[in-house]
Design a protein around this ligand. Structure first.
Ligand code: AMP
Length: 475
């Protein structure tokens, strides 16, 4: 909280931030909040996921008074973003409530007129705001702050004229804040025409939504791993990050990939810093193509060239999801996010897609070549062999860093542990070399094929030959 306080944020907003469990300001917040609170005009290179809503929200929430008319207007390119911003600002203003209204087309205009009469903060799409202006049902004479959110998208969508008309009806004495993922020449022109000595701020490059494809597959729990391997083999990729919710699942997936002949490295908060650094170096230098990781290990890392993000486990909240997908589609490159959703992920997946800014399309699953699991983590809490794990677990409670990890889901103490245990159910056997093996009910052949369709009878057995197979060669 101290870091937020240093930026000049007032007590009531600090209280809300604390309730959001934000630990420290994001880069864009750190760079912009002191300036916006001073009343400066800014042009900020930031997009969804950067924390920009709080960046401009701080100026709005700290400088707006109740019952003094509309003092802040945020223009957004889409209804969804208008809704999302208004919900976020309402949450941030919990301890100093303001009347915040989202105004967009496609819904009845009459109730909006009443809302506008009472509002202090309006977030809206240009078309409908202009409509209200032409009807005289929105009053902008008290306006102090104008925000152009996702300005590049607004221009791309053909709103330039509308935006300029709206700006021309705002008081000249105002603060203007412009947020845009990309600062094109067009944006710069718009800014310099309508802003007062704007300060340009760029934060770390974030995701370009137009370059990002997000899909999900709905699969049976026992098909998760097979689908992952199938997709890793099928999809042409540069660097790949496979996210799991727990350290245990990271080890589980990484070890199985290795045994399937796929070169992958695990990384999580259970590793020493030295080991983590070495692994990241290898990944950054592209000496290994696949990183299997938890959120904690991957957070804040700027890795260039990640073309694919797999969510082997779906994160609990949209916030984590946004952090994960922010690893790809960076710096103008294409990116793909593949969510592997099984029944154990449904609750999390529902939470994630509640966030209107997240658009994930379903992908049809035609055929999965079955891949057997060979590496199984030792069970915890069941027998003596488990003492080391349990001790580690206990130690983690005496260790602050680990506690932080646990809060974020990077622990061994949640549902994913159970899920790993679910795989071997009654089907586990041991090979001669003492390794545990797992073979499916369908076939004892570890490389059997099957189809999800009813004509699966054609699922002839066939080896994937992954040990020396095509996958490792291709990469
Ligand atoms: P935004 O870019 O404003 O849409 O924010 C993206 C997500 O990051 C939202 O779920 C925010 O609640 C979250 N967020 C914003 N600021 C922070 C922060 N300082 N720490 C952690 N999460 C944040």
């Amino acid at each position: 909280m101290e870091q937020f306080q240093k930026l000049g944020i007032c007590e009531s907003l600090l209280k809300s931030i604390k309730e959001h469990n934000f630990e420290k300001p994001s880069e864009i917040q750190e760079k912009t909040i002191p300036l916006v609170l001073e009343g400066k005009d800014i042009i900020a290179g930031a997009s969804t996921g950067s924390g920009k809503t709080l960046a401009f929200g701080s100026a709005i929430l700290q400088n707006t008074k109740r019952d003094f008319g509309i003092q802040a207007l945020v223009l957004t390119p889409t209804r969804e973003l208008a809704e999302q911003n208004s919900k976020a600002l309402i949450r941030f203003s919990k301890h100093n409530p303001l009347r915040i209204t989202a105004i967009y087309g496609g819904v009845s205009i009459n109730p909006q007129m009443d809302d506008l009469d009472r509002s202090e903060v309006v977030i809206g799409t240009p078309g409908r705001i202009l409509d209200h202006l032409s009807r005289g049902t929105i009053e902008l004479k008290h306006l102090k702050i104008l925000v152009l959110d996702e300005a590049d998208r607004m221009l791309d969508m053909g709103f330039r004229e509308d935006v300029e008309k709206i700006i021309s009806q705002c008081p000249k004495k105002r603060q203007t804040l412009l947020f845009s993922a990309t600062i094109s020449e067009d944006i710069a022109k718009l800014a310099h025409r309508y802003m007062k000595d704007p300060i340009e701020i760029s934060a770390e490059q974030y995701v370009d939504p137009t370059k990002l494809t997000q899909v999900y597959y709905d699969v049976d729990d026992k098909e998760k791993y097979s689908l992952l391997v199938n997709l890793l083999e099928k999809e042409k990729a540069k660097l790949i990050m496979v996210f799991c919710n727990t350290r245990r699942n990271v080890d589980f997936v990484a070890n199985n990939l290795k045994l399937s002949g796929i070169d992958a490295l695990p990384i999580h908060g259970g590793f020493s810093q030295e080991k983590r650094t070495k692994i990241m170096e290898k990944f950054n230098n592209q000496r290994v193509q696949i990183l299997v990781c938890t959120d904690v290990a991957a957070r804040g890392l700027d890795i260039k060239g990640v073309s694919h993000v797999y969510n082997y486990d779906i994160p609990k909240e949209s916030k984590e999801y946004i952090h994960r997908i922010g690893r790809t589609a960076r710096a103008g490159k294409e990116g793909k996010v593949i969510n592997i959703v099984a029944s154990r992920d449904y609750e999390n997946f529902r939470n994630v897609i509640k966030d209107d800014s997240i658009k994930i399309t379903p992908e049809k699953l035609e055929f999965i070549q079955r891949v057997s699991l060979r590496w199984l983590p030792e069970r915890r809490g069941f027998d003596r062999r488990d003492g080391g794990e349990r001790n580690n677990f206990r130690r983690s409670f005496n260790n602050r860093d680990n506690r932080q990890d646990n809060r974020r889901g990077d622990d061994r103490n949640n549902r994913d542990d159970r899920d790993n245990r679910r795989y071997p159910a009654r089907r586990e056997n041991r090979s001669e070399d003492g390794n545990r093996r797992f073979s499916s009910n369908r076939s004892r052949d570890s490389d059997d094929k099957y189809s999800r369709n009813s004509n699966s009878s054609n699922g002839s057995s066939g080896r994937m030959g992954r040990k020396s197979g095509s996958f490792s060669k291709r990469y």
